[in-house]
Design a protein around this ligand. Structure first.
Ligand code: SF4
Ligand code: SF4
Length: 326
């Protein structure tokens, strides 16, 4: 379902173990796409203790560990442990962390070939665009955003990081129901991290619900439409830009004109099933809405050309990626 570095996850749900690992984490086997243990201060804890904590959990799911520490040598050893075991190395930013130092840690860890995430509270490292850019340049595979105390602004925080074009996003939040999860995902989170004190039955249910969503619509973290507050990936669902609506602000962020946007989108659709669309608002599926918005005109075209709703959304997912990298 998801590949980040060498990690292959069958669910976007991550569970973070309390108390540096515990055999109770086995309760999340089969539901968590990834189990993260820690955090370990490598200035105080030996790597053998990290290994032991991973072995205690003994999960079927992919695993990772969080660490802090200022020592370059122990960071290199931790990265080698991660790369050798196929674990995620989660570098945790402490109160006084500086972005350039963190980026340097990422570069050091990447030399060993580890898949690396950087964990921080949204306000900890400064301007989101700068953070996303520098961490991506340094080679980080994942941004681990701790949103547990962010409150109602959490969706907008994720959207700002997502729109900055940085690494993939793991949003840590005390998700209590499907709507909480959907909000994080629809704003650009790729993974959701739950506290290990979460009820395993709830985690299992949520994980299954997200897998079902992926099976049904082919894009488990599909964005909202731009006019509903979605992130820039939502441009894949935008109409032909012929009126003054929130698309104008989104295009300004990308520094492209409405005319260029129209040409880019038509060019990207050329030769794909999205070119079809007789009877839709703008004559092509490339301008059509998210599948969860009911529309008999779009659905009639999908029926006529034999394109399933799931494959339609997969094409929109690719379209979103191509628009943002064009
Ligand atoms: S172009 Fe259409 S979908 Fe996009 S923001 Fe405007 S009204 Fe919404
Ligand atoms: S035809 Fe339906 S799906 Fe397509 S743009 Fe119009 S309202 Fe949206």
């Amino acid at each position: 379902m998801l590949k980040i570095g060498y990690l292959e996850m069958d669910s976007p749900l991550v569970v973070i173990s309390p108390n540096n690992g515990s055999d109770e984490m086995c309760n999340f086997n089969g539901s968590a796409g990834l189990i993260l243990v820690g955090s370990f201060n490598l200035d105080q804890v030996s790597l053998s203790e990290v290994k032991k904590a991973i072995e205690v959990v003994n999960a079927d799911s992919p695993m990772g560990f969080s660490m802090t520490g200022s020592n370059r040598e122990s960071l290199t050893e931790a990265a080698e442990l991660a790369a050798g075991g196929g674990y995620l190395l989660d570098i945790e930013c402490t109160g006084g962390s500086h972005l350039d130092e963190v980026a340097d840690q990422v570069r050091v860890a990447k030399i060993s070939g580890a898949t690396v995430s950087v964990s921080f509270r949204p306000e900890a490292l400064g301007d989101e665009r700068m953070v996303a850019r520098k961490l991506k340049e340094a080679g980080a595979d994942l941004i681990h955003l701790d949103l547990t105390r962010t409150g109602n602004g959490r969706g907008k925080v994720i959207k700002r990081f997502s729109d900055s074009g940085g690494p993939k996003i793991m949003a840590q939040y005390d998700v209590a129901n499907f709507d909480d999860a959907e909000l994080l995902l629809s704003m650009g989170a790729d993974l959701i991290a739950l506290n290990g004190k979460t009820d395993p039955e709830f985690a299992s249910w949520l994980s299954e619900a997200l897998k079902t969503l992926e099976d049904l619509i082919g894009w488990y973290n599909a964005p909202k439409h731009i006019c509903s507050g979605g992130d820039l990936r939502g441009l894949a669902f935008c109409c032909l830009p012929v009126k003054n609506c929130p698309i104008m602000g989104a295009l300004r962020k990308l520094n492209i004109t409405p005319r260029d946007f129209a040409e880019i989108k038509m060019e990207l659709a050329r030769g794909t099933p999205l070119e079809h669309g007789d009877g839709t608002c703008f004559g092509s599926l490339v301008w059509c809405c998210k599948i969860t918005k009911p529309c008999f005109m779009r659905d009639a075209v999908l029926d006529r050309i034999g394109l399933s709703p799931r494959d339609y959304m997969k094409l929109k997912k690719k379209l979103a990626k191509d628009i943002l990298t064009s």
